[in-house]
Design a protein around this ligand. Structure first.
Ligand code: NAD
Ligand code: UDP
Length: 319
């Protein structure tokens, strides 16, 4: 890394949900931020407020192709990838390509610039887990040829490629395994449970619970996630670190909570469970607590209320 103090940072997928929050955070920390995105699942709306900022630059580019960035770089945060199951089922080849070719290009750029590289990996590397909660030492239970395999295997490959660049080229790398995260700037129609439930509750559509709703997830508010990622970026931890909120909840209960919070009259309807849908998911965050001194601070109630305020505004509904 360079000696002088203003870091110059590339965020791939910077116009997405998490990427745009990271742009905000790194600008607030004094970085010069280059945001790169091809808008396959992200939106210019997420970064519209940053255009005109003297330390913000945007490059529209598909990172599966050679990445050119002029000048030095201190950090590369590789967040480009569809992340919602509906998105990656709609774009299976693009998802495999961005996890494989995109990660390779971003690592090559980090090597050329001598930049620290942080990979956005996922709890999906654990697949439908047979160990619960999931510690980083668990190797996972993934169906490579299943519908979700395009995402899970792309991320597993991305982790392997990142470690290979670290071991073979001595690249300074970080890997974050992100568990379900939510908050403002998620797309209303991205198909994930939380935005679906909120949109449905706010517009009076039926709330669609897949399967019997007993499958669990653990939802982390975006501000907590961004804090954890920032701490990991500045840490010395090379091996993967889980970040997420261990507060685990069955999906049916989440649907009921959102219905209650919104005062919605929407009925709850049950739809078929998608193939290979993990039955449980909860991060073991002992490592994050130990090496980053991090744990989530925002309660589910508080996070849901903040997110509902955003969705109400997006839908043009009064608060
Ligand atoms: P998102 O879809 O909102 O953001 C992804 C961004 O990447 C989008 O702006 C998209 O246009 C961009 N992108 C995709 N392919 C690209 C390509 N080839 N070239 C350039 N840009 C490209 O999703 P998100 O929820 O913000 O997820 C961001 C990252 O975090 C992803 O890598 C995802 O796998 C990871 N992650 C997110 C969660 C979560 O709960 N949100 C959980 C685990 C992992
Ligand atoms: N889900 C649901 N109703 C929806 C969307 C999703 O019940 O309208 C379920 C989905 O089957 C899964 C859980 O909610 O069990 C979380 O799904 P999401 O798409 O948010 O992300 P995942 O954690 O599966 O990647």
């Amino acid at each position: 890394m360079r000696a002088y103090h203003r870091p110059r940072t590339l965020i791939t997928g910077g116009a997405g949900f998490l990427g745009s929050h990271l742009c905000d955070r790194l600008l607030a920390e004094g970085h010069e931020v280059i945001c790169m995105d091809n808008f396959i699942t992200g939106s210019p709306d997420n970064i519209a407020h940053l255009f005109g900022h003297p330390r913000f630059h945007f490059i529209q580019h598909d990172v599966t192709n050679f990445i050119y960035v002029e000048g030095p770089l201190d950090f590369i945060l590789h967040f480009a990838s569809p992340a919602s199951p509906e998105d990656y089922l709609r774009y299976p080849i693009q998802t495999l390509k961005v996890g494989a070719l995109g990660t390779h290009k971003a690592l090559g750029l980090a090597k050329a610039k001598g930049a620290r590289f942080l990979l956005a990996s996922t709890s999906e590397v654990y697949g439908d887990p047979l160990v619960h909660p999931q510690p980083e030492t668990y190797w996972g239970n993934v169906n490579p040829i299943g519908l979700r395999g395009v995402y899970d295997e792309a991320k597993r490959f991305a982790e392997a490629m990142t470690m290979a660049y670290h071991r073979y080229h001595g690249l300074d790398t970080r890997i974050v395994r992100i568990f379900n995260t939510y908050g403002p700037r998620m797309r209303l129609d991205d198909g994930r449970a939380l935005p679906n439930f909120m949109r449905q509750a706010l517009t009076g559509e039926p709330i669609t619970v897949y399967g019997d709703g007993r499958q669990t997830r653990s939802f982390c508010y975006v501000d907590d996630m961004v804090e954890g990622i920032y701490r990991l970026l500045l840490s010395t931890e090379v091996e993967p670190v889980n970040l997420g909120n261990p507060d685990e909840i069955p999906l049916l209960q989440l649907a009921l909570e959102i219905k209650e919070l919104t005062g919605s009259a929407s009925p709850i309807v049950f739809k078929p469970l998608p193939a290979d849908d993990p039955r449980v998911r909860q991060p073991d965050i002992s490592k994050a607590r130990r090496v980053l001194g991090w744990e989530p601070k925002v309660s589910r109630r508080e996070g849901l209320e903040r997110t509902l305020a955003y969705f109400r505004q997006k839908l043009g509904l009064a608060c």
